[in-house]
Design a protein. Structure first.
Lengths: 436, 436
């Protein structure tokens, strides 16, 4: 069937439905360059404003997913399950989660991203382990997964090229915040991993991209629907990102906290989310044992050993896992002190994420390279009682000028009040095929 | 003030209002290439779907108009008035209208366009007069206007470059049918002519771009509003384009019919519209005499002489005006015959326009050069009684293969029924600053 980009743009502009054939043609023609950026950006705006129905969304995701190489691990008999988070501050959950479920027999072919905006990225965190290489060839990826049951790598050039191209275009044309485009972008990348099951962590709150529950829920439902239409069991959790997860923000800091979780010594919120997600991934993989089996993997050291094994398989120096004090630390230290006696009623994830980024933990521009040693250790979070002068956070940084521009901003992330409040509910809701 | 294209796209996407400064920046940056096509096409789609308010529209038109050279004829004491049609089939009104009003002392610095889609263009029609050159330098344009009181040329490269660039982009991104974008495109070009008054002919019906009255009315009101905000007296007529205007469609054919009008021998509809528009242009110019003065200009031969003068000033061979049988004619002739006795109840302007284009009178692609001798002479229009076998139209064409592909299509433009219907009302309504 022959199409023209103009007629397809007109179809969406006029609120009609694009056929699966038309979508397949469009994504193919955009990927090979025969449909130019200026047509795709008009289409993206029409989709943002007029939406896509579930058939269009299925076809769009399918076309993106097949725009490049699709992985096939069918020679591995065990179930392959992955997890994706929409991103937050202090969200290091993947790092303890993948080893612990792998230690229970679930195969995890995880492809992660880098920090963008105020959020950190799993790849940047892993690379604070000396030698840890996240850029693997497809053969290396398969080898690490097959040998160890887990792999933690970046996306190769050959996977979902349509998404890479479209994402870059959306970023400069005001067409990022479209639920169908966000959902199909995430799901096309994950479905190209050849999975049996997928767990999605959709964050909501100040430190998340979806600031409010309505949008987070719409995204979760949309992604679970795409998973179902591609016959991949998909469960989404909507979780709170109003304050950072755990006590550590920053690349090496978060590796240290992840190791704590794998040793059974992590902070309650990170440990709990790791375990809830782990249980769900075991379920999705059809692996028995649940929470108890996960606890055993931690207690026995099997989970930590998996992390050591995968670190070595990626060329990393595992001695920092056995002794996290060997991890790099930025040279300077500063303290944010409580301005009054009282209770922390706000510990704003967005502000803390932005400050960490500006101090060097993240990227202001794509080409920036994060400093692994920059980080913020939270000493008081929502609900905690503090006395005036108590540390709210300890900041490690490398550049004094940067710190001076950030100190007031970072301090403004906390509110200390006379009356106590409860910490926010960590898990807001669970969304699966039975609830959409 | 510094802007980024992304924030302005987001503003329009989110249904907020763009400031005049922001619009001026955007149009300037698009014209000089610092805002790329892929951002402008996303903006155009956001405008198409979310609209612009009247302040935005004024600023948008103003910025387009000042993107290039703006003509200034203030050294000519007489009023300068122009006319623009949104385009139709057989719409040659400008050709008799401009000489007749010029013969009454109104100066007309007319910049016209070429045929696009199923419609003809004034420049293509004029160029069927041997030697008639429509591409004038600004100095030549001024000289012809000053000496003769009228000029009929194409747009120079230096006028409204933003519109030329944006129109080409809209054409390939599904963003043509936006009332604010159409209105600002037309009005920026006309206002750059340095006018005192402007008459707009907004066509509606099958052969028009605005197929229905609701959209035609919206466009007319929008353009009259832009005229008012730029202090140019503007009157719009909404006129019928359900059947072609006059009896001739095709370039040389329409020159012949225009000469008939200037001789006082034109078909009733073309002559009437010419006179109504002429009266309004005299009013807009503050020239007395009205219809009677226009009639005198025809009767005395002054109007025809103006057409001869301007033709010679443009390098054209005026002998074809004195003897229209010298105009080029395509070599072959065919007749469309009435399929039954009865009354013509439909004579579809769109189908006739498309057939004329395909036979070679217009352009399928921008680079095509129309054949001036191809044309269709209508022998029966809506309301006429016909006997089976009577000619409905006589077609002149050059390419037998093209005719064979068009003969059935063209025949389908007519419906002959048992009961008579009236011809459609030619002028549907008049819109001016008192009625919007």
């Amino acid at each position: 069937m022959a199409y023209t980009a103009i007629e397809l743009i007109e179809t969406k502009r006029d609120r009609s439905v694009l056929s699966p054939d038309a979508i397949e043609w469009l994504i193919g023609a955009y990927t090979d360059g025969s449909v130019p950026d200026y047509q795709m950006s008009a289409m993206a705006m029409a989709i943002l404003l007029n939406g896509m129905n579930s058939d269009e969304l299925t076809a769009w995701t399918e076309a993106m997913l097949h725009s490049g190489e699709v992985m096939d691990f069918s020679e591995i008999a065990a179930a392959k399950v992955d997890k994706h988070s929409t991103g937050g501050v202090g969200d290091k959950i993947s790092i303890p989660l993948v080893p612990v479920v792998a230690a229970c027999g679930v195969y995890v072919p995880m492809i992660s991203g880098r920090g963008l905006g105020h959020t950190g990225g799993t790849l940047d965190k892993l690379e604070s382990i000396p030698g840890f290489t996240t850029g693997l060839t497809p053969d290396e990826f398969r080898k690490v997964l097959t040998e160890h049951g887990l792999v933690l790598a970046g996306q190769s050039e050959t996977m979902v090229p349509a998404d890479r191209k479209l994402y870059a275009l959306r970023d400069v044309t005001g067409t990022v915040p479209s639920i169908p485009l966000i959902a199909s972008s995430i799901m096309s990348k994950k479905l190209a991993e050849g999975l049996d099951g997928l767990l999605l962590d959709v964050k909501t709150g100040s430190g998340a991209f979806m600031k409010d529950l309505v949008h987070a829920r719409a995204l979760a439902h949309t992604m679970v629907g795409i998973g179902a239409s591609h016959e991949v069991d998909t469960v989404a959790f909507i979780t709170s990102m109003s304050q950072p997860l755990g006590n550590e923000v920053g690349n090496a800091n978060e590796i240290k906290e992840s190791i704590d979780v794998l040793r059974g010594e992590g902070p309650a919120d990170v440990s709990e989310l790791t375990m809830v997600f782990g249980e769900t991934m075991l379920e999705l993989a059809g692996v028995d044992g649940g929470r108890e089996r996960l606890d055993d993997a931690i207690r026995s050291g099997a989970a930590l050993q998996k992390f050591i094994d995968v670190t070595e398989a990626h060329g990393g120096d595992a001695s920092v896992i056995e002794d996290p004090s060997l991890l790099v630390r930025a040279p300077h230290e500063a303290v944010i002190a409580a301005p009054a006696d009282g209770y922390v009623t706000r510990c704003d994830a967005f502000i803390i994420g932005v400050s960490a980024t500006w101090l060097g933990a993240g990227r202001e521009r794509k080409k920036d390279i994060p400093d692994p040693g920059v980080g913020i250790t939270l000493k008081a979070k929502i609900g905690d009682e503090v006395a005036k002068g108590d540390p709210l956070a300890i900041v490690r940084y490398g550049d004094q000028t940067k710190w001076e521009t950030q100190s007031d901003t970072l301090s403004s992330a906390w509110t200390v009040s006379e009356r106590p409040v409860s910490a926010p509910e960590l898990i807001i809701e669970r969304v699966d095929v039975t609830t959409i």
